[in-house]
Unconditional design. Structure first.
Length: 197
């Protein structure tokens, strides 16, 4: 979180605008769903994956010192099929986990939390491989990741009292923190000593 704040210093307005664009795109899809139930639900399903991918691409680049432009938010539509199926896979696995019990759902969400960053760093990987890589990467780090997520709960509650405006700043704060976490455990995997059986 400290690293995220350092990265965001002096740039809060930039990421807030990007987050607003991302939110507006999601809201438009949900408005369509309200007025045209069946078609609208399909629209939401179809655009959510690419939008998450695009927002992740923006934050990954920003976190690593890049200066991404707003169009980056829509790059997920360039790999539409893959992002759609990855979103469906993550949603189904997480939903099944929550249906069984809350804790398995949380564990599934934590295990698959790195899929978008992994796909961005490894565009050649298939959907199943990306999900597997996220599971392996978070193995042994889920508790630390859970604690990180919990630290934002208080901020989220405060944002509610700002009529939601605070989320334009909290959401990128969370995302950049997650990218920092991702890069940390990714580096740890890369430098971990190999074990010969």
């Amino acid at each position: 979180m400290t690293q995220a704040r350092e990265t965001l210093t002096g740039k809060w307005g930039t990421v807030a605008i990007a987050t607003l664009v991302y939110f507006l795109a999601s809201v438009v899809a949900n408005i369509i769903a309200q007025f045209i139930p069946i078609l609208g639900c399909i629209v939401v399903l179809v655009v959510t994956g690419p939008l998450i991918f695009g927002y992740s691409a923006y934050m990954l680049s920003f976190s690593r010192g890049g200066t991404p432009d707003i169009p980056v938010l829509f790059t997920g539509f360039n790999c539409f099929v893959k992002t759609l199926f990855l979103y469906i896979l993550v949603a189904v696995i997480t939903l099944v986990g929550f249906i069984l019990l809350v804790i398995p759902g949380i564990m599934a969400a934590l295990a698959l939390s790195m899929v978008w960053f992994i796909m961005l760093d490894n565009p050649q990987m298939g959907v199943i491989d990306v999900a597997t890589a996220s599971y392996n990467m978070t193995n042994g780090s889920k508790w630390k990741l859970f604690c990180l997520a919990c630290r934002f709960i208080g901020w989220a509650i405060l944002c509610i009292f700002t009529l939601g405006i605070g989320f334009l700043f909290l959401f990128p704060y969370m995302q950049v923190s997650l990218v920092k976490f991702y890069d940390e455990i990714k580096s740890g995997e890369a430098t971990a000593p190999s074990h010969v059986s």
